[in-house]
Ligand binder design. Structure first.
Ligand SMILES: O=c1[nH]cnc2c1ncn2[C@@H]1O[C@H](CO)[C@@H](O)[C@H]1O
Length: 341
């Protein structure tokens, strides 16, 4: 544990890249697994630790989908969402853009309106009872193809829950080229949603270019391989297109071989705006505070540097000016008080 840990723990934070089902705590996953004994997911939180060791990215997606399979009723959705916010509140996360995959639930038979009501109900309760502001990014699960794209787009545009701010694309990249999703991103953007696809997590920089030119990406999920293309890095820096970086995730899914090889530092040195994120925290044995510790080590930051990093996430968010200013001011006040101790 680094000496920055207590500072980071109390620091007000925003998280921009974190998956809904992927944030279910071991307790919640175990509880859902016990409710649905036909599943292969362990019902014991201890056994989950081993279950969440991944041989590669494809294995991670298989395990992820086995947990998705446990969420079967609107009440499961509501419980999961509120509990995720509770974990965020414990870490002083004030604001989160949570990536939700409605297709996974509607395809499993959850009524679409009941699904929206469940997440919205949890969002309001989280804000009121926990002081955590949640917003949604609806993502297309890439492996499910154009059918999922059509359905996700329809749900986003036609049902448009109040908390929805963005439209994304997740899952595997290999064999799932980004350009085919252009019509769906065009529709979502025309409806006023922000474009936030994953790209360059498990494939090269061309996927990031495709996300920018074909999908109108305003932020990139992961974008890890961007560092292999100097021109791309310069483009991201110049146009202030942030990368959502999730260091421990990249090691856990074996997208990056070792933490000391993580490209975060190279991104920052190229002047790219970055946000630090936890992705699927319990599955990767991490949380946002730990990711800030990791980033502080990779970037050799002191408390002030960590506070600046937290402000970059606020800057990269889809909050309005007043919302950004409010959290940035909280970060400044907290940091000043900490440094004056
Ligand atoms: O790190 C990640 N990269 C890509 N997709 C992810 C990640 N974590 C969770 N998902 C989720 O995987 C599902 C199956 O496609 C999607 O729902 C996506 O949100």
């Amino acid at each position: 544990m680094s000496e920055l840990r207590p500072f980071i723990a109390g620091l007000p934070k925003a998280e921009l890249h974190v998956h809904h089902v992927g944030s279910a705590s071991p307790r919640i996953v175990a509880e859902l697994a016990a409710r649905h004994p036909d599943s292969q997911v362990p019902t014991d939180p201890e056994a989950l630790v081993d279950y969440f060791v991944f041989t590669d990215f494809a294995h991670f997606i298989d395990v992820y989908l086995s947990v998705v399979d446990l969420v079967r009723t609107p009440e499961d959705v509501r419980l999961l969402t509120f509990e995720v916010a509770r974990d965020m509140a414990r870490q002083n996360i004030r604001y989160a853009e949570l990536t939700v995959t409605p297709f996974s639930s509607t395809r499993r038979g959850i009524d679409e309106k009941a699904f929206m009501d469940a997440i919205e109900d949890a969002r309001r309760a989280a804000e009121k009872e926990l002081g955590v502001v949640l917003r949604w990014i609806f993502d297309i699960p890439g492996e499910a193809g154009l059918e999922a794209a059509e359905e996700t787009c329809r749900l986003a545009v036609d049902l448009r829950p109040e908390g929805l701010v963005g439209f994304g694309l997740g899952g595997p990249e290999i064999g799932v080229p980004r350009p085919q999703f252009k019509p769906y991103f065009d529709r979502a953007r025309a409806a006023g949603l922000h474009s936030v696809p994953h790209a360059g997590e498990t494939t090269g920089p061309q996927t990031v270019w495709d996300a920018l030119t074909e999908l109108g990406a305003e932020r990139i999920g992961h974008g890890t391989s961007s560092v292999r293309d100097e021109r791309l890095l310069a483009h991201l820096a110049e146009h202030r297109i942030p990368l959502e970086v999730c260091p421990t995730s990249n090691i856990a899914t074996r997208a990056v071989a070792a933490m000391d090889e993580h490209p975060l530092r190279k991104m920052v040195e190229a002047g790219v705006l970055v946000s630090v994120n936890s992705d699927d925290p319990p599955m990767f044995g991490t949380d946002l505070n730990t990711e800030y510790e990791v980033a502080a080590r990779l970037l050799e930051l002191d408390a002030r540097g960590v506070a600046d990093l937290a402000k970059q996430a606020v800057e990269a968010s889809f909050l309005d000016f007043a919302g950004k200013s409010r959290i940035a001011a909280e970060i400044d006040a907290y940091t000043a008080a900490w440094l004056a101790r």
